[in-house]
Design a protein around this ligand. Structure first.
Ligand code: CMC
Length: 429
């Protein structure tokens, strides 16, 4: 008997099975041979919310949740935040290696030259109410891109995939900025190819009457680091959505719209927005203890706290706390910061949070930075979606090229009625 195996005895039948173990994992399909009799469907594993199920084999991001470690393609997030740029990191995430100087120049050129969107997209935006949530506008316009680029259907053509990659990474900031300008009723600002990726984004958001927009270098740098920190996070809800939807072989814009929709939820990328609303609701340092009490009684969730994987301080939150200081030096201290620090101080000492290993996550401090930079709260999840696009593309391509992957199709345990006769209308109660 191989040592790399699991021996399972089915006490219902007395039969024993040997199941191979690879990488500390068994294949769920190997359980299917465990049957009561020949007609039995066979055993399945039940795992709502995928708490203990690996969806794929991946080489993109590594997380050690107990020790608060995150690496992209092997490189620690701290080093990338210190030494890289978002576009360089996006290249690393998508293509697997840090680019050479020439590769980076080409990559930057192509992304920069795909930032314009078709003029008709502006008409879609015009159709939205002035107070439409920018995530709703972003999701819709990303999906609309698929209608402008029918060549994106050729998902097994490497050249086509690369083209859609340039387009998606290039156009996300434009769509996001146009959605923002629409909500203000302000004219759209076209991309400026002379600016960096985050610098151009700030230009499209905030330019008014000046002939040439010059981004504040501290804010531009802070945004670039925030983009690096949000670029990928292995099999989270939106990456899983990208893979699941992409597994039907739909074009990448449609899959990316689905991933963006997954990110919108308050338990995922919408959490940064909720953190700000929570801090405003708390209102003052003196109110923190009573708010924490309400959280502990189950009435509320402490937004920006807790993580499925991190059972330690989220390494991204640590870096973000440092960037916050740089931004506050330029823009002035965000008055909500003191409330946030007090929430963190109390929570990190409280048995409820300590025993459940609930620490600040990436979203706890980002909202404060974004608010200080002049973004309305509704733009916060949008600021998450832009950089996460590189992660989604990498996850999508890895899924497509993995010969073991097929259309995602989970099983269920049916708990409903057995067959029963149709009840005519006048006999229904
Ligand atoms: N506030 C209060 N209690 C919490 C929180 C929280 N933020 N998070 C988890 N718990 C409690 C939860 O009630 C449960 O307690 P008990 O064992 O008594 O029932 C225990 O901790 C385990 O929680 P869970 O819901 O089983 O954990 P999960 O892995 O399913 O959820 C989470 C992870 C991130 C959805 C959750 O921690 C949460 O809702 N946090 C607030 C929202 C948030 O900040 N989301 C951003 C996540 S990081 C960025 C991203 O992914 O986009």
């Amino acid at each position: 008997m191989s040592r790399d195996s699991l021996t399972i005895t089915d006490n219902r039948t007395g039969k024993t099975y040997e199941i191979p173990v690879t990488d500390d994992t068994i294949r769920a399909f190997d359980l299917r041979q465990i049957k009561l009799n020949q007609n039995d469907f066979g055993m399945m594993s039940y795992d709502p919310a995928f708490n203990n199920t690996a969806l794929c084999k991946s080489k993109i991001s590594f997380i050690d949740g107990d020790n608060g470690i995150l690496r992209y393609r092997g490189y620690p997030i701290e080093e990338l935040a210190e030494r890289s740029t978002y576009l360089e990191t996006a290249y690393l995430i998508i293509f697997g290696e840090l680019p050479t100087r020439k590769q980076l120049e080409e990559w930057t050129y192509h992304v920069t030259h795909h930032t314009f969107i078709h003029e008709s997209i502006k008409k879609f935006l015009d159709g939205f109410h002035y107070d439409a949530h920018p995530m709703g506008m972003l999701i819709s316009t990303i999906a609309a891109l698929s209608t402008f680029y029918p060549d994106a259907r050729h998902i097994f053509d490497a050249e086509s995939r690369r083209k859609q990659t340039y387009r998606l990474i290039g156009k996300m900031p434009t769509l996001a900025a146009f959605a923002y300008r629409h909500s203000l009723g302000m004219p759209f600002v076209y991309p400026d190819n002379e600016l960096t990726y985050p610098g151009n984004f700030l230009n499209m958001l905030f330019k008014t009457t000046e002939l040439k927009y010059r981004p504040n270098p501290t804010l531009e740098h802070a945004l670039d680091i925030l983009f690096i920190l949000h670029a990928d996070h292995e099999q989270n809800c939106s990456a899983a959505a990208m893979r699941n939807v992409g597994s039907s072989h739909v074009d990448p814009y449609s899959a990316c719209a689905a991933a963006t929709a997954a990110l919108y939820g308050p338990l995922h990328g919408g959490a940064n927005e909720e953190v700000l609303r929570m801090l405003m609701e708390i209102g003052s340092i003196g109110n923190v203890p009573s708010y924490i009490k309400r959280v502990k009684s189950g009435e509320k969730r402490l937004m920006g706290f807790g993580h499925r994987i991190y059972k330690n301080y989220d390494p991204r939150a640590r870096i973000i706390k440092r960037i916050a200081d740089e931004v506050f030096d330029v823009m002035g201290r965000n008055p909500l910061l003191d409330i946030a620090l007090e929430v963190e101080r109390i929570a990190l000492q409280d048995e409820y949070f300590v025993s459940r290993k609930l620490y600040p996550n990436v979203d706890f401090y980002t909202g404060l930075i974004y608010q200080s930079m002049g973004f309305p709260v509704t733009m916060f999840p949008v600021l998450f979606a832009i950089p996460r696009t590189s992660g989604w593309i990498a996850q999508w391509e890895e899924m497509l090229l993995d010969p073991e992957q097929k259309i995602a199709r989970p099983r269920q345990i049916y708990m409903g009625h057995d067959q029963r006769p149709y009840v005519p209308m006048d006999q229904r109660s």
